[in-house]
Write a protein that binds this ligand. Structure first.
Ligand code: PAF
Length: 283
């Protein structure tokens, strides 16, 4: 695996791969890689001939008082993992090279970016869209892989690619979970043993909604209340939101008439965790 830092080196490496007729994949990450990220690398290795991974803890998607400084960073370990998976290129840009001091233009995610995570983290999705757009422009991949764990992010990126006519196919990849259901996240590393145990409440809430939906329950308010009740049973957990949303608009329908997504966000001490699950009606 080749590691490069400058945009020019990325362009050269990708150009050489393209001249060999290779199909290029990009997996944008912020590092602290876990099995969730590695599942994206494996999916990319199956679908593409040349797999590029970026590691960049993007400052513009963190708000004041959020965990930008504390965000876990372990480049040596990440590189070992990526080599073992067979990634071809690792791009680790500096902040100064990604954001010129006189930069002015940013991507505005629109209404989807103001809901849920966007309401709690103002500006977050603007930062995500801008950096993803820049990474797509730098690497110019045929395919870009994103985890369903960040379902709102994935939905907004699909919308951005469509609305801005980006010449890339977005490939969503399923959530990878611990045996007890906790979705893998780099932020799980922040949890104390007690918080780690309490964190299973998110999965329980989602499974409760799923089971009710499969049993024929279509009342969204009832599904949402059941999720809230699960979180309320966990004394360490504070609910930010629990909802069932339309897959494209991320707004709440009144009834579950077509597949929708149950989404949940919870605080455990200083750590915020998010998770989601597809809901389909059983009847
Ligand atoms: O999901 C992430 O890790 C980040 O939001 C992303 C897509 C790499 C952009 O910084």
């Amino acid at each position: 695996m080749e590691r490069v830092v400058s945009k020019e080196e990325v362009r050269q490496a990708v150009l050489a791969a393209r001249r060999e007729g290779k199909r290029i994949a990009l997996i944008p990450t912020m590092g602290a890689l876990h099995e969730g990220h590695l599942s994206l690398v494996r999916a990319a290795c199956e679908r593409a001939d040349y797999v590029a991974v970026s590691i960049f803890v993007n400052p513009t998607q963190f708000g004041p008082g959020e965990d930008f400084e504390a965000y876990p960073r372990d480049l040596e370990h990440d590189m070992q993992l990526l080599k073992a998976e067979g990634a071809d290129l690792l791009f680790t840009p500096t902040t100064a090279s990604m954001y010129a001091a006189d930069a002015q233009v940013e991507v505005i995610p629109g209404p989807l970016g103001e809901l849920w995570e966007g309401a709690i983290r103002p500006g977050h999705f603007g930062g995500v869209c801008t950096v993803v757009s820049k990474l797509l422009n730098i690497v110019q991949p045929d395919l870009a892989f994103f985890g369903e764990k960040d379902f709102q992010q994935l939905t907004i990126i699909k919308r951005m690619v469509c609305d801005l006519d980006a010449a890339v196919r977005v490939v969503p990849c399923p959530i990878i979970r611990e045996p007890d259901g906790l979705a893998l996240s780099s932020r799980n590393a922040y949890l104390s043993p007690e918080e780690r145990r309490a964190a299973t409440a998110l999965y329980r809430a989602l499974r409760t909604a799923e089971t009710l939906a499969l049993g024929g329950e279509r009342d969204i308010a009832l599904l949402t209340d059941a999720m809230r009740a699960c979180i309320a049973e966990e004394p360490l957990a504070t609910l930010d939101y629990a909802a069932v949303v339309d897959l494209a608009t991320l707004t709440e329908p009144a009834t579950l008439d077509s597949p929708a997504r149950a989404i949940v966000a919870v605080r455990l001490g200083n750590t915020r965790l998010i998770d989601n699950m597809q809901l389909t009606t059983g009847v």
